[in-house]
Every structure is written in structure tokens, then in C-alpha cells.
Ligand binder design. Sequence first.
Ligand code: HEM
Length: 525
Amino acid sequence: MLPALLSKFPISPLAYGSDLWRLVLVLGTTLAILFAGHVWQNASLRRKMPPGPHGLPLIGNSHQIPAVKPWRTFEKLNKVYGPVMSLFFGNTPIIVLGTAQSAWDLLEKRSEIYSSRPRFIMSGEILSENRRGLMLPYGESWRKWRKVLHSGFHARQSANYKDIQTLESKIAMQQIIDNPKDYEKHLQRLCFLKYPLLTYGRRVESVDEWIVKENMIAMDCKYIVESLPWLLKLPKPLQWFRREAEMQKTRDITLLMHLVGDVKQRMTAGTIPDCLTVQALENQEKEGIDDLFLAYTVSSPFGAGIETTAGTLCTFVLAMLHFPDVIRKAQAELDSVIGANRMPEFDDHDSLPYIGAVVRETLRWRPVAILGGTPHAVTADDEYKGMLIPKGSTIFANFAGIMNDSEMFPEPELFRPERFLETRDPRLTAFELPFGFGRRICPGMHLARNSLFINVARLLWAFDIVPALDKSGREIIPDSMNYTDGFNSRPVSFDARFIPRSEKVKNVIKSEYASAQERLGSWSW
Ligand code: HEM
């Protein structure tokens, strides 16, 4: 009956004779066997891998993980399947780590095979031809890139930037007094504006200047080619997704080469302060780095350092609105160590342990690099506690779960700086955890911590940070879970009031602001 029916239609194989019919049968059977083989192979791989939810053939678990805030789903799944959990996105195995210990065991202790990155086709390969180190696979290019950043930002070198950080922070304090409603803008500016100076030895005054705007142009890299890499096999003219990225690449190269060219000129003229690009140029020949790779490398802090530090400072403000007791304790420490006649300085760090603990608790309470920063990739098959972690797996150290682990951080929802003072565990006293793992640990960690310390200390010294009021005078407490969706997750904008603690404090800030302006002015663009 069915063949008879099919033969009426010209598209039916029967219309073309029995050979074609046989061909279709053979093709169909082959596909079915391949499909069954794929399902069987995946099932037997899954049995050896860490536990995780069942997925579907071909797409794996992609349909179960929302594109928005996936870290929340990861956290729930880790609670069901344990601290090392596996998934599949299409054919790619995904391992989600839900405790610090599992992340340290794999990403630190076995860092020789856990230090690569998954493939980033659009943002890594097309947009920068693999010159953006954050996304580079583990290997020689990454090592060269990392060496430049290490020499620019290791602990001792970062200490040299304290001068710039302290001056920029004084400017921000005055701006908050003048225009407290825009505090978020001032904090963002504070985090951005030091980079032109640290990197290129030039200061910019406002976020409206061209170098800032150009550097802020970020491409949305959620492109279909990331999920369907075979699209790269199409002839180039047909790869429509390339066009916008290639235009952006040209703009990036022009800007980055111009910035390095300007540094070279001032080096020749002997008019440039020490900065990252000067050091990189001095070592360029020895390290065997070409001009373009160098230009991309020294620009790395712009991408990785601004949103993270600014987002963390906004989290600090949010936490203060929810936990006013912390403000009182911090101010008691500041009043007894510093008093009102001068601002806290970097040299006060060791005398302000509670402030140090507030910074660490801010990084823990709502970690900005919520998925552990950029995911790692494993370059060889590995076994952990009897479970297979296949070569090529993408590894997420899910900070949403790790920082909320009640065994490590009892009552994790509370903002309790004391947890870092009541312990002798070096993993907590040093608390490098928010900065990632092993060989890929954040190279800007020291710079970021310095920036957070000086600004948190000064904000608490200068202001009572309290909730905004509605029209009838009632306090508006912002939702403490209302965070943005991106990889760097920061609080959605909220209002807060910054009330100067005394006239004396205002006067100190005013005079420090004036001298900071004068000193910074000599480095202006
Ligand atoms: C509060 C501030 C910051 C936090 C919480 C933070 C956190 C992180 C994390 C979690 C990673 C991923 C590490 C890993 O893969 O295991 C990372 C990587 C990175 N960070 Fe930061 N970061 C901050 C500030 C900065 C600053 C100020 C800079 C630059 C000066 C910077 C530059 C980088 C770079 C270049 C990488 C990539 C390292 C690599 O792939 O080898 N970060 N950061």
C-alpha cells in the first residue's frame, strides 16, 4: 500500500526505480547505525563521567540550562549531583565544580592539564586572530602574553601603582560629595581612568574622552558560529557573521597600534613615566613578541580589570545598605586608627584588619566573576575520585555555588567580615579564591585588591552609606539579588545616599582633591 502510494509522487524513490530505493535504504540504515553508535558511545562515556542530569541525543543538556544566569541552575544541580557534576552542550562535555576544594584539586593541583580555554571562535579567533590572551589556549603564545602581564602587575610592581590609585580615589571622594546621586558613575570612572595612565602613561580626565569610548566598544559575541563551528567551512564570502567582527578588528588594530606608537614617541623624547607598555617594549626583543601582539597584550587590563573592580565596589555599597552594623564596626576601627584629620592611606593597611575583611567578604558575598571567570579546558583525559574527565571538557568553577557553600562559609547569605578574622586557614586569610585558579589565576589580583582596599576604607571613613528615600520618606532597600546577566555580574543600578560624616572630613577631602588634581594634571593627554 505505502510503496504504491509513494510511487505516485515524483519525489518518491520508487519513481526512479529500485536502485534509488536501495540507495535510500542503505543511507537511512547507515545514518540510523551512526546515530545509535553516537548515543551508545555517549551513554558509555556518561557512565564513567561525574554524575549529572540525563540529556537528549545530539543537543545534550543544552535545553536544560538557561542562557540567562546559568550559574543558578548549576548551583542547584551541584546540590543534587555533588560537587563535581557533568553535562553535555551538544558534543562538548561540561564539568561544573561546586566547591572550592574540587576546584583547587583539579584547576590548581593538576594545572598542567587544566589551564587551557575552550574555543572562542568569534571573540578569540575572528575578532583578534588569537591575540587576546584571556581566551588563548594554553601554550607558547599564552605564556608570552602572560609574562608581559605578570611583569606589569605582580605584587611588587602593583605596589608602584599605589600612587596613581590613591590620587584617583581622592578625586572620586570629592565627586561623590559634589554629586552623590551619580556615585556609580564616579566608581566606574575611578576604575577606568587609572588604566590609560598605568598602561600608556597618559591620564584622561573623563569617561567621555575618545580613548575611553573606543575601548568601551565591546562586541556582543553570542554568535551562532560558536555553537555551529562547521559554518567556518563555508567559503569566506558566505560567512556573514564575519563582516561586523572584521570591521571591529580593523578599528581595534588602528587604536591599539596608535596608542603604542604614542608611547614609543615619548620614550624617544624621554617624556614618559614608567608604565606597562614601556616595560613591554623594553623586553619586546628578548621575548620575541611582534608589535601587534604587544599592542593587544598591553590592552588586556581594559577588558578584564574595569567591570570586575567597579562591579565589586557597587556590591560593597549594596551590602552596606543591607548590613548597617558592618558600617558601624568599620567606622569604629577607622576612627580609632585614623581619626578625622586625615584620610586612610595604603600604609594603614595592616592596622585596619576589619576593612581588609570587608573587602574579602564583598568578593565572596556576591562574586563578580560569577562563573569563576573564563572557563578552563582540560587538555588530556583525567580521572578524579574514580570519575573520568574527558580531554576537551569545559570546566566551570561556579562561584555562585562555591562562595555559597555553607560548609566553608557558614550562613553564606549573611555579610559577615568576621568570618575572615576568626580563622587561621591560609586559604581564607589570603583569600585568592575570587581571582581564580592555578596558572590562569587573575594577573590583576594585586592591583584589584589595592584598589578595593583604598576605596572601601575611604568610603567608610568619609560617608554614612544609607538607603535612598521615597517621596514619603521611607527607605528604599534594593533587592540584594538583582544582578546583571553577563559573565561579570554586578548589581543592577540602585540609589543610595552618601552622607559626609563631618565637616572636618569634607575639608580633608577638599584639600586632598586639590593637590591630587595638580599632581595628576601633569600626566594628562
Ligand atoms: C575585583 C576584581 C577582579 C576579580 C574578582 C577578578 C577575577 C578574575 C578571575 C576569576 C579570573 C579567571 C581566572 C581563571 O581562569 O582561573 C580572572 C582572569 C583575568 N583577570 Fe581578573 N579579576 C579582577 C580584576 C582584574 C584586574 C584589575 C586586571 C588587570 C589589570 C585583571 C586581569 C585579568 C586577566 C588578564 C585575566 C585572564 C588570565 C588568563 O587567562 O591567564 N583582572 N580575573
